[in-house]
Design a protein around this ligand. Structure first.
Ligand SMILES: [Cu+2]
Length: 171
């Protein structure tokens, strides 16, 4: 069977596009610092967060040298901590977030980092962000959660190590 030269060309071009699409989707999924959230964080009772060892007093806990755990509760329409008081972490550290919701589904995105997850009642989302030098980051809710969703935001301050005010739990 004779295949016309133009047809061969367009077949090859279509194939190249398919390979290109698969490559960009794969890069988007695993490259570029993107970390998939799975069920590693475990579950909690959203009605009993005040009995949880960490979510009852959400905030920054030290887990090792330059390593911190940050427990965040999202609730209509604020992040604890984050909204009323900024999340404060020292520069050049590894920050693992544990995020859950006390009421409805929220989003939790640390703008400009790889930190971005849904906050689901009963579920703890865990992901790690490497922070560099001192900088102020915005935090956003990016799942529609009610009438004041547009105002649900917060701040994370990366401060110089010698200005860091310490953690909860005295670790
Ligand atoms: Cu929201």
């Amino acid at each position: 069977m004779e295949i016309h030269a133009y047809e061969k060309f367009w077949l090859a071009a279509a194939l190249l596009l398919i390979v290109g699409f698969i490559a960009t989707v794969s890069y988007g999924a695993v490259g570029a610092g993107v970390e998939m959230i799975d069920d590693d964080g475990g579950t909690v009772d959203p009605q009993a967060l005040d009995e949880h060892p960490k979510f009852s007093d959400p905030g920054v806990y030290q887990s090792g040298p330059n390593e911190y755990d940050v427990y965040v509760v999202a609730q209509q329409f604020a992040f604890r901590p984050g909204t009323a008081e900024p999340i404060e972490v020292p520069a050049d550290s590894t920050v693992t977030f544990h995020v859950t919701s006390a009421d409805v589904i929220h989003g939790f995105e640390v703008v400009g980092t790889n930190g971005n997850t849904m906050a689901i009642p009963g579920q703890v989302a865990t992901f790690t962000v490497e922070v560099g030098g001192p900088k102020e980051y915005g935090i956003l809710c990016n799942e529609y959660c009610g009438s004041a969703h547009h105002a649900m935001e917060g701040t994370m301050n990366v401060v110089p190590q010698d200005e860091f005010n310490g953690t909860k739990g005295g670790a």
